[in-house]
Design a protein around this ligand. Structure first.
Ligand code: ATP
Ligand code: MG
Length: 539
């Protein structure tokens, strides 16, 4: 008897099902409409990109890149890769000369395959691969010679034999059959890549783009935190004209920042999201932040032994992140640390003041939070985060900030950038918690028919009603009217259209309003009129 395997969605992923997907569609539709009114166009970048792109853009030191990405090699060398696994995992063992000679054939086959792939340029000819191939060939030749001495029991030979096996194992491990690619953990990197790739700096500036779609991070799943989650984001990119005086563009940049924030807030307001709180901060730029970070580091060193292990480590790696700490015991210490607002250079201070003034002009309420930071070097000046109600500790629904210089870092022209990413899963959760999930998808009309002639009428009626935009359920086989009405009720239909011989003969349809059970005979035109009016009343 074959065992039945039960498949389940992978941990941290989930199926989004009706009627909830109606809410997802409404949220995405509202984003399109609101962002459209601000002049944003949609970009749909691919879901995977070279790992290197994320390593550069997000930063190799971040959790996202260092431990949360789903990465894999992309190549056509499945057989060779299998051979490698065989050699690595099971067969080629230290202290076992038999294994080496037994598998010399496989090793030679592997080496030849690798060499051919590299010659044909199908396997990347990188220094690492070249070195690995040379090592493999050398050690493969060696073990054969060493094996005979080894069985003689001489310890030096044994040592050399083991060194060669280790050398082979190491070389096998580092070989890359193709490019390493990753499922995207975020989309800003892709948008910047696309800006460069399509020469968007030649378009009227700034270029305003939005996206929606799944992101992938291998985090510990919990409420509001998934391994496949969805973001709605937008970016404003603008090439910096050569010789631009940075002080001159401060007012303009501040207005762009404020408008981007205003747009997110308008979107949330349109959805009726509750308990929305906007926090802003300026984290300085390349000129003033390094000095502040040094000052912070010096202050933190003074209190090092009062801090937890994470913060202690961050004194070296990234002192700004200490400000992020949620540890109760550290709160008092952090409150006494120097604040970046007091250490901004004139340009950054001017820009921050202007962002606040601009937000005020737009009627956007905000709170300043000097502890709001982003850990990455290229983030600068304006940073913001938005929280909403009903989400517990995962209450951030949107994070954003300015990232002038990122496009350049990725090989493009000097370019300014500001953007945000909304966590759509959390946005939806918050809407549901507030009872804004929307009703289950019902039907406008359930067509109950009996008899061959009635089926023909039912089909044309369904076609006309659907063409007019109404949701119609047409049962595939005839049902007794009582059963049909029960089903109509279960589906939440507003009307049951009852079609039998009588209705077909007279052209007068029986319509039952399910909410109150009332029944009337109407013509097709009258029924459409009824539906249209009903629609207007309920929406
Ligand atoms: P958090 O501090 O909550 O981990 P983050 O700083 O990692 O957020 P960003 O990279 O700025 O988040 O992404 C923007 C938004 O995407 C977050 O504010 C959040 O709403 C959402 N988000 C991030 N990671 C996840 C996840 N694993 N599951 C669901 N939503 C997420
Ligand atoms: Mg995170």
């Amino acid at each position: 008897m074959t065992e039945k395997k039960k498949f389940q969605a992978i941990k941290g992923t989930r199926d989004l099902l009706p009627p909830e997907t109606e809410l997802w569609n409404r949220v995405e539709q509202t984003a399109r409409e609101v962002f459209g009114t601000f002049g944003f166009g949609e970009i749909r970048p691919p879901i995977f990109e070279p790992t290197e792109l994320f390593a550069r853009a997000v930063g190799g030191e971040t959790d996202i890149v260092s431990k949360e990405m789903y990465s894999f090699e992309d190549h056509d060398f499945g057989e060779l890769e299998k051979l490698r696994s065989v050699l690595l995992i099971r067969e080629l063992e230290l202290e076992n000369p038999q294994s080496a000679s037994l598998h010399k054939g496989q090793l030679t086959e592997f080496n030849a395959g690798l060499e051919a792939g590299m010659k044909g340029r199908k396997i990347p000819v990188t220094p690492v691969n070249e070195r690995a191939l040379a090592d493999l060939k050398m050690h493969t030749a060696k073990i054969e010679i060493l094996r005979s001495d080894y069985t003689g029991g001489e310890w030096q030979a044994r040592e050399r034999f083991n060194a060669s096996v280790t050398g082979i194992r190491q070389a096998l491990r580092v070989v890359k059959f193709g490019d390493v690619i990753s499922l995207r953990p975020e989309a800003t990197a892709s948008v910047c890549r696309a800006y460069i790739e399509h020469g968007m700096h030649a378009l009227p500036q700034p270029v305003k783009l939005y996206y929606t779609g799944p992101m992938f991070r291998r985090e510990r799943p919990q409420k509001g935190r998934y391994r496949q989650f969805y973001q709605i984001g937008a970016e404003v990119l603008e090439m910096v004209p050569p010789n631009q005086d940075p002080a001159k563009s401060i007012g303009k940049d501040a207005a762009v920042d404020a408008e981007v924030i205003e747009m997110v807030m308008a979107f949330f307001a349109q959805l009726g999201l509750e308990g929305v709180k906007l926090e802003i901060n300026s984290i300085g730029d390349r000129e003033c932040r390094p000095k502040y970070v040094e000052l912070l580091r010096a202050e933190l060193l003074k209190v090092k032994d009062k801090l937890g292990p994470d913060s202690q480590r961050r004194i070296e790696t990234n002192p700004l992140r200490v400000l992020d700490s949620k540890l109760e015991s550290e709160q008092g210490i952090i409150a006494g640390l120097p604040k970046i607002a007091d250490h901004l250079c004139a340009n950054c201070a001017g820009q921050y003041a202007e962002v606040k003034r601009q937000l005020g002009m737009r009627g956007v309420a905000y709170a300043e939070n000097w502890r709001l930071v982003r850990g990455l070097d290229y983030y600068m000046r304006t940073t913001f985060e938005i929280t909403a109600r009903g989400l517990g500790s995962q209450n951030a629904v949107c994070g954003g900030g300015r990232y002038d210089g990122l496009v350049e870092l990725l090989g493009g022209p000097p370019t300014k950038g500001i953007g945000f990413a909304i966590g759509e899963d959390r946005l939806i959760l918050s809407l549901q918690e507030a009872g804004k999930g929307g009703a289950a998808q019902g039907r406008d009309v359930f067509v109950a028919w009996m008899g061959e002639k009635a089926q023909a009428t039912a089909i044309t009626a369904a076609q006309k009603l659907r063409a007019a935009g109404f949701r119609v359920e047409l049962p595939p086989v005839e049902q007794k009217f009582g059963k049909a009405l029960g089903q109509a009720d279960k589906l939440g239909a507003r009307y049951a259209l009852i079609l039998g011989d009588d209705e077909v003969a007279t052209g007068q349809w029986t319509v039952k309003t399910l909410a109150d059970g009332s029944q009337a005979k109407v013509s097709e035109a009258e029924f459409l009129e009824m539906l249209r009016k009903g629609k207007a009343l309920s929406s």
